[in-house]
Design a protein around this ligand. Structure first.
Ligand SMILES: C[S@@+](CC[C@H](N)C(=O)[O-])C[C@H]1O[C@@H](n2cnc3c(N)ncnc32)[C@H](O)[C@@H]1O
Length: 214
């Protein structure tokens, strides 16, 4: 978080009420330290899907399906579909069950596979791609995903400020060196990507939005 806890809490209180299933997922993620987007980011993802009218959505990093839930709610308004991928079978099975309970499973296609192996086989473009997987792999995702963003479509990436550690001179445990380096490389590549208009928001853990221009 890049603003005071009180402000974060205030903004969270202004969000629409979350249903019991979303609250149950938040509790499970908290208890099991599964990193999921903040409720504010989830709400924003749904709003982005709805306002861009995205019909084909790809998510890299499902975990237990918390962000998938917001994306799936978004595509119910656009008449679209979400393809979500995670290589952790146990987490994905839980995501499938949560989305079934929400009545949203018809909106979602699940892939249990390493995204780095799956993506080179994909050829159809997407209107909206959300990346929220291993930070150390972010630069590789950019190469694989740029051709898969439809002209006029957007790429949305979570954790791009990585607790603020991307800022030169930040102090953090050296075990994070590689990940912080990868996120910095990723951001550098992203902001110089030809044909994309990019915005980086200090929201949640840092959210990048890149639109492929015609
Ligand atoms: C931060 S969690 C995703 C959280 C989820 N987007 C949410 O907010 O509810 C990251 C997930 O990415 C998955 N992951 C990491 N590297 C991956 C890869 N190369 N291929 C597929 N899944 C991967 C992990 O198994 C993990 O469940």
């Amino acid at each position: 978080m890049f603003y005071p806890f009180e402000l974060e809490k205030y903004l969270e209180d202004l969000l629409p009420n979350r249903d019991t299933l979303l609250l149950e997922m938040e509790q499970a993620a908290l208890e099991e330290t599964i990193p999921v987007v903040t409720p504010g980011v989830g709400n924003f993802l749904q709003l982005l899907v709805e306002t861009t009218g995205a019909r084909s959505v790809l998510e890299i990093g499902t975990a237990i399906g918390y962000s998938t839930m917001y994306l799936a709610k978004g595509v119910t308004k656009t008449g679209g579909k979400v393809v979500t991928i995670d290589m952790n079978r146990g987490r994905m099975e839980r995501a499938i069950e949560y989305l079934r309970r929400a009545g949203l499973d018809a909106q979602v296609e699940y892939k249990i596979e390493n995204a780095l192996h799956y993506l080179p086989r994909v050829s159809e473009p997407f209107d909206f791609i959300f990346i929220d997987a291993a930070k150390g792999e972010y630069p590789q995702y950019l190469d694989l995903l740029v051709p898969l963003v439809r002209t006029g479509g957007i790429l949305v990436v979570d954790n791009v400020l990585f607790r603020g550690w991307v800022v030169p001179g930040s102090t953090f445990d050296e075990k994070y060196n590689k990940m912080v380096g990868a996120v910095r490389d990723f951001l550098n590549k992203l902001v110089h990507l030809p044909g994309f208009r990019v915005s980086i928001l200090p929201f949640g853990d840092g959210l990048a939005i890149a639109r492929k221009e015609g």
